[in-house]
Design a protein around this ligand. Structure first.
Ligand SMILES: C[S@@+](CC[C@H](N)C(=O)[O-])C[C@H]1O[C@@H](n2cnc3c(N)ncnc32)[C@H](O)[C@@H]1O
Length: 273
């Protein structure tokens, strides 16, 4: 599976549980090639993947709504935005900067512009930027993004991306976040804890990637400790919750018996100090 296919897959997951994800536009991205991949993923890795990704989306959706309501707008910068649609779901006084690899970002802009012109999506202020986080330097990323920030405060999201990156690239991104935000800005981040490596479900995920990688698309399999988030320069860890706990809040009818049976991702909210 190529990295861009993962963006289609998680978007399709959100469309399966609209009432949980609150992403009423995710289904616009649904397509036959992705539909054909999903049954095998759910069967060979875990049947809960779709609902877990919808819970993750719901968590950040709620945090963004609160943040932008409290601050009467601002800017959302979505690092590795894939086919996320928060910009159409949250307050209309928010500007969004979408960042991803060139092929994804160009395709996304083209489709979104069409859908806005056809009245399928509301108009929003959106800027699209192609950046490869591995290739670009800290200065290059700052120089590209700084002039695009027209409204403050800034909410930065890095969702479903750190797994694919090295710790060196991750450290670079957090230095970038620190330089882009003013005091009070928030970062929302998602990652796996190192202990997930002991679970069979995680090993099934790695096996799936290995056995379905027909393009030799190489990427890392990063896990991150809680202490990493407690020690990021310029930030205070404000909130930490995992998908197992989120299910109790937003999907109480879908009881998940054990944390170790699922690909239990951790969500973090950091405040710039
Ligand atoms: C699993 S998708 C998640 C997309 C979106 N954030 C979401 O949650 O729906 C991972 C995204 O990270 C992007 N990505 C991975 N590595 C990247 C890199 N080195 N530079 C820029 N984007 C990257 C991929 O292109 C893809 O869109």
């Amino acid at each position: 599976m190529q990295i861009h296919e993962t963006a289609f897959v998680v978007s399709t997951y959100r469309s399966y549980f609209e009432e949980i994800s609150k992403d009423i536009y995710a289904k616009l991205w649904n397509n036959e090639a992705t539909d054909a991949l999903i049954p095998n993923i759910l069967e060979s890795i875990s049947k809960d993947e779709a609902i877990l990704h919808s819970l993750r989306n719901r968590f950040f959706y709620e945090r963004m709504i609160s943040f932008f309501t409290e601050n009467n707008g601002g800017t959302l910068i979505n690092f590795g935005s894939g086919f996320s649609m928060y910009q159409f779901l949250i307050n209309d006084n928010v500007s969004t900067i979408e960042i991803d690899q060139k092929d994804i970002i160009e395709y996304k802009k083209e489709r979104i512009d069409d859908w806005i012109n056809q009245g399928k999506l509301p108009r929003r202020e959106i800027r699209y930027t192609a950046i490869d986080f591995n290739q670009s330097t800290e200065e290059e990323i700052i120089d590209t993004l700084q002039p695009l920030i027209k409204k403050r405060p800034v909410f930065i999201l890095v969702e479903g991306v750190l797994f694919f990156l090295t710790s060196k690239t991750t450290d670079k991104l957090f230095r970038v976040f620190n330089r882009l935000q003013n005091q009070g800005g928030l970062v929302g981040s998602v990652s796996y804890l190192p202990e997930v490596k002991e679970t069979s479900v995680y090993n099934r995920l790695l096996h799936y990637f290995d056995s379905n990688n027909n393009t030799n698309d190489s990427f890392n399999h990063q896990t991150i400790t809680n202490s990493f988030y407690k020690n990021i320069e310029g930030y205070l860890l404000e909130e930490h919750i995992d998908e197992f706990e989120l299910a109790k809040i937003y999907a109480p009818d879908n009881i998940i018996k054990s944390k170790t049976d699922i690909l239990n991702e951790n969500m973090y909210i950091l405040r710039k100090s």
